[in-house]
Design a protein around this ligand. Structure first.
Ligand code: SRM
Ligand code: SF4
Length: 558
């Protein structure tokens, strides 16, 4: 990051093509309607593929079939991924049942719970896209701004167990999400034939929206399950005696990087001060507007808020924010994060209701021989009277279960082969994350979700061999350096480099407050396991009391 170079480049370099596409799109309309109606191809026109993201969908093609179809002179197997906007990850059983039905009828028969507490459907073909959008809308679910250069799904600690503070904070997540929604009527016009083509106003975003995606999260200490420091904008709830006092504000976090390009890097957000809760929307809106006005629109690899802050300095940013909001930030208040994972199994809240956190490997809800997860959750949704909460770690909380219904839930899960308490699962497995990667992700360089089970099993063997299989250890795997499973915060991370090859990162903590470091590059899966075997052997012998593996690795590897 050379401040002068970057600023000069940004001042003189041309805008990216995506900026032009947004600018002439008439607030995200483009020719999407025509693209959708074109019967000659299962794809959209190239410009419309960019605009579709703002509507919550990506055009993809099945990469497993690419070569075969190329040889047969067929167009790639195009289909669409749809992502819901679901602030704080909360949905009703009725919505779950609809998503389940859509997955069976129109997608690939599975639901994907994402690292941002949303649902993804994969494999929806173009002729069905509008129907799926309409069905979601009828169930009061939408996909608006789930992707694209706008504020994405707002994350929030989905804890239903502890206190009124959690419920209050969740309501702030919903308000924040609504406040930062694009105002264009293109969404209702294109998908629901409602809203027309009259010019819209985008008071927060302006005509070309943000230079890049923007992400926000709210954490409730001592849990940092949302990895608040990985976000462009974060709020850390500060409360005492069960009363929410306000939020510490964080800015400038992000994970994405590009192999071999040192100008790109993961960055932990900075804490810039404290605000009363009533100021949350004003702060959020003005952070977004600063990024709208000062983010780099000439280079999409340098366009996130983290780079704006690196280039211009944090002091400049805080001054600019205070000038725009018209109030100063108070000094940040003390807080303490204990971990960034989920708590599994049963918990009970003060109102006497029960909540069950289920481990969902890589967030993939699907029926497999011996583990009919999708069937189990469908059956459960049919009788459940509480709600479902997606966690930021790709798991699921079945929340608000009455005492007398507990047995029904346990029986249903058992009948479908689901281990309700995740007691049969090691800590390594429970806490592991993997991004989607192949076959749907266009950017994947290596497997992630499909590689995770084998990597975990082999890593478990290593831990067992050295007698440390009971330690809590956070492993994250991604198919490329973009960081969708927030790998740079893990104690151990495999970051895809090429087919079957990974960079091995070590040294994160289990609180989401420290970036790990690159330990070895271009390792095969075997080489990764060999390297871990040696380090775990040393860890078993040399660790100090209560020393986590991430802390140990940081101490001995560099
Ligand atoms: Fe992501 C792009 C999947 C969370 C950083 N991400 C993608 C795309 C859309 C690939 C593409 O652009 O063609 C992936 C679609 C794969 C597929 O087939 O479904 C994809 N990202 C995901 C999900 C589904 C991973 C998962 O296994 O859960 C997560 C969806 C979250 C959601 O519901 O909104 C997901 N992505 C993240 C996160 C984690 C987070 O936000 O907490 C990050 C790192 C945080 C950050 O943004 O800095 C992340 N995704 C990226 C990036 C790198 C952005 C950057 O600043 O460089 C890309 C690539 C891009 O934007 O060009 C990307
Ligand atoms: Fe795709 Fe890379 Fe994100 Fe994984 S980290 S889903 S491979 S973009």
């Amino acid at each position: 990051m050379t401040t002068t170079t970057t600023t000069t480049t940004a001042a003189t370099a041309p805008l990216t093509e995506v900026e032009h596409i947004k600018g002439r799109s008439r607030h995200l309309r483009g020719t999407l309607r025509e693209s959708l109606q074109d019967p000659l191809t299962r794809a959209l026109r190239p410009d419309d593929t960019h605009l579709l993201k703002f509507h919550g969908s990506y055009q993809q093609d099945d990469r497993d079939l690419r070569e075969e179809r190329r040889r047969a002179k067929l167009e790639p197997a195009f289909s669409f991924m749809l992502r819901t906007r679901l602030p704080g990850g909360v949905c009703t059983p009725k919505q779950w049942l609809l998503l389940d039905e859509l997955a069976q009828r129109f997608a690939n028969g599975s639901l994907r719970l994402t690292t941002r507490q949303a649902f993804q459907l994969h494999g929806v073909i173009k002729p069905d896209l509008k129907t799926v959008m309409q069905q979601l809308n009828r169930a009061l679910l939408d996909t608006l701004a789930a992707c694209g250069d706008v504020n994405r799904n707002v994350m929030c600690n989905p804890n239903p167990v502890e206190s009124a503070v959690h419920a209050e904070v969740q309501s702030w997540a919903v308000r924040l999400s609504e406040h930062l929604l694009p105002q264009t009527k293109a969404y209702s016009s294109i998908w629901f034939d409602d809203g027309g083509d009259a010019p819209d106003e985008e008071p927060i975003y302006g005509d070309t929206y943000l230079p890049r995606k923007f992400k926000a999260a709210i954490a409730v200490p001592p849990h940092n399950d949302v990895d608040v420091f990985a976000h462009d904008l974060g709020f850390i709830a500060i409360f005492d005696q069960g009363v929410l006092r306000g939020f510490n504000v964080t800015v400038g976090g992000g994970m994405g990087a590009t192999h071999g390009d040192n100008a790109t890097f993961p960055r932990l957000a900075d804490i810039i001060g404290f605000i009363g809760a009533e100021r949350l929307l004003s702060v959020a809106e003005n952070v977004v507007k600063i990024q709208r006005d000062h983010g780099d629109r000439t280079n999409r690899k340098h366009a996130r808020l983290k780079y704006t802050i690196e280039d211009r300095g944090l002091a400049w940013f805080v001054d600019e924010l205070e000038r725009r909001t018209g109030f100063p930030l108070a000094p940040a208040r003390a807080f303490n994060f204990e971990h960034n994972g989920d708590r599994f199994g049963w918990g009970r809240s003060a109102d006497g209701r029960w909540h069950l956190t289920l481990h969902i490997e890589s967030g993939r809800v699907v029926d497999r021989p011996g583990l009919r997860l999708m069937g189990a959750l469908r059956a459960l949704a049919a009788v459940h009277r509480g709600d479902f909460r997606l966690t930021a770690n790709q798991n699921l909380i079945v929340a608000g279960i009455e005492e007398q219904d507990r047995i029904v839930v346990e029986t249903l899960l058992r009948e479908h082969g689901v281990d309700a308490d995740a007691t049969a699962t090691t800590s390594l497995k429970r806490n592991a994350l993997a991004c989607v990667a192949l076959p749907t992700c266009a950017l994947a360089m290596a497997e992630a979700e499909r590689a995770l089970p084998a990597v975990v099993e082999r890593f478990e063997t290593v831990l067992r061999r050295h007698g440390v299989d009971d330690v809590r250890l956070h492993l994250r795997i991604t198919g490329c350096p973009n960081g969708c499973a927030r790998p740079y915060l893990a104690e151990v991370a495999l970051v895809g480099k090429g087919p079957g090859l990974y960079n091995l990162h070590l040294g994160g903590d289990v609180k989401g407050q420290r970036l790990n470091r690159l330990y070895r590059e271009n390792l095969s899966e075997d080489a990764v396991l060999l390297a871990l075997d040696g380090l775990i052997a040393r860890y078993a012998r040399e660790r100090s009391d209560d020393e986590g593996f991430g802390d140990f690795a940081l101490r001995v590897c560099w």
